[in-house]
Design a protein around this ligand. Structure first.
Ligand code: SAM
Length: 154
């Protein structure tokens, strides 16, 4: 079941990848303050300079600049995503900004082995697509440092 659901998701996001950022911003025109919510979720992580943050299903990396402002060059971002085309867009964003502290992992989040010592984990507008998200979150929470934070936005 996961395989066919994953394939469906990959096909949807391959089609959306190139215009994802533009279409995501269009919600603003409908009165949905998406960026305010993204900022609020990131603020809830209480990121500090040097922190490591993992984003589950990072897509094109729309949130990355919000993390960078808080963690600085000594920090690290790890972005996971299932869809190759979304990660291609994320890679372009990383190169365009000259960021050297971002690692992208092409994976089903269900199969990801979280490293230990993670300060923050976040997922935005993605977990409702993943039936076993509770299991992913359990693994993530176990990987957090003492005082580490998890933020979810749907
Ligand atoms: C609506 S986009 C959200 C992207 C990004 N988090 C954002 O806020 O803009 C949903 C993303 O979830 C990813 N995704 C869906 N199922 C996944 C899974 N099982 N593992 C990793 N990524 C997944 C898709 O590839 C897609 O990039």
């Amino acid at each position: 079941m996961n395989a066919s659901l994953n394939q469906e998701i990959i096909e949807i996001y391959r089609k959306r990848a190139q215009n994802y950022d533009i279409t995501a911003n269009l919600y603003y025109l409908l009165g949905y303050r998406e960026w305010a919510y993204r900022q609020k979720a990131v603020d809830a992580l209480h990121l500090q300079p040097g922190d490591t943050v993992i984003e589950i299903a990072c897509g094109t990396g729309l949130n990355f600049s919000l993390y960078q402002e808080a963690i600085g060059l000594q920090g690290k971002i790890i972005g996971l995503d299932l869809t190759d085309a979304m990660l291609t867009q994320a890679r372009q964003r990383i190169q365009g900004n000259g960021w050297e502290n971002v690692e992208l992992v092409h994976t089903d989040a269900r199969n990801y082995a979280f490293p230990t010592g993670v300060n923050a984990i976040i997922s935005t507008y993605a977990l409702s697509l993943i039936p076993e998200s509770d299991q992913i979150l359990e693994k993530g929470v176990n990987a957090l440092t003492s005082g580490g934070r998890l933020a979810l936005l749907e």
